[in-house]
Design a protein around this ligand. Sequence first.
Ligand SMILES: NC(=O)C1=CN([C@@H]2O[C@H](COP(=O)(O)OP(=O)(O)OC[C@H]3O[C@@H](n4cnc5c(N)ncnc54)[C@H](OP(=O)(O)O)[C@@H]3O)[C@@H](O)[C@H]2O)C=CC1
Ligand SMILES: CC(C)(CO)C(=O)C(=O)O
Length: 316
Amino acid sequence: MKIKTVALLGAGAVGSYFIWGLSEKLGDSLWVIADGERKKRLEQEGILINGKCYRPCVRTPKEAKGADLLLVSVKYGALGSCLTDISQIVGEHTIVLSLLNGVDSEEIIGRKIGMEHMLFSMMKIASRRVGNEIVFQEKTTIGLLYGEKDQEEPSGRMLAVEELLSGTGIHRQMCRQVLRDIWHKYAFNISMNLPQAVIGCGLCAYAFSENAAKLRWELRKEVCEVAAAKGIDISELSDIEKMHVEKTPDTRYSTLQDLDAKRHTEIDMFSGTLMKLGRELGVPTPYNEVIYYMIKALEEKNDGKFDTVQKRKEKE
Ligand SMILES: NC(=O)C1=CN([C@@H]2O[C@H](COP(=O)(O)OP(=O)(O)OC[C@H]3O[C@@H](n4cnc5c(N)ncnc54)[C@H](OP(=O)(O)O)[C@@H]3O)[C@@H](O)[C@H]2O)C=CC1
Ligand SMILES: CC(C)(CO)C(=O)C(=O)O
């Protein structure tokens, strides 16, 4: 099995890491998927990544039919509307990596195209759009973590992904227990992203405030309990959760960045999914419920839903 063609759906902060890494090796066999206005824009303007302009080959989903590998890196809110595109791209042998955060994007995609296409994965990167440019740290990025859901040893398709990425600068690790690793990152995101998003502060809050720390640990406890009900043990903290938040006191994770920029967040992917799983498994998730509705209300506030008549006039 050799991966010769790669389709990328979602050329944003995460997707750009693969454009940066694969462009030289694959040339026109790397296809950024887009249609209509987005296709035109990408073809005309290219993508500025870490100071360099890339002009990848842009294809529609139909034109990308049967790619050997499909990387999905859209935001959770766009995933539902991309499922038709995904099924147009996927051929009999296509391997699909879903790079979204959260724990259910593989199932959502797999329900549409068949779970046999899914190789489980997640991204450890802090990549951001700054103006028109995507910026990440090439050296310190941990990169792609991937593995088979029910198998610890590397499969043929995992080795094919390794061969594709070798010599590209893309950092990657094969996981023996990919589901556990994905749930660890999920616990990290829920417990670290959400309280700071509501409070509107950097990571230092978890060190300097017992109240913020209480929220952090109660949210994490609920993720642990739901994971345990699914047979996944994340009770021990992962290395990243042991970090000293005082060292990066002002860091704002994606949920707070979204609110700062008045975008909708991925709260449905975080607490929304956990609440749904909790209901199915009989595990209460009260802290996640409260924070879910608070962040939804903050999104509405940013949308201007609570603006007074005076404020609306000022905006016009
Ligand atoms: N940013 C980060 O550091 C990290 C992000 N993640 C996760 O990765 C996922 C992606 O996040 P991120 O890269 O930050 O998000 P971005 O918003 O930066 O990128 C999403 C991209 O998807 C594109 N897109 C949306 N709909 C379509 C469509 N129908 N067809 C083609 N392209 C489409 C958007 O294009 P357009 O701009 O034209 O709308 C945009 O370029 C999220 O789940 C996030 O949580 C995980 C780890 C770290
Ligand atoms: C913390 C981080 C950057 C890790 O990749 C992330 O996933 C987020 O900001 O939501």
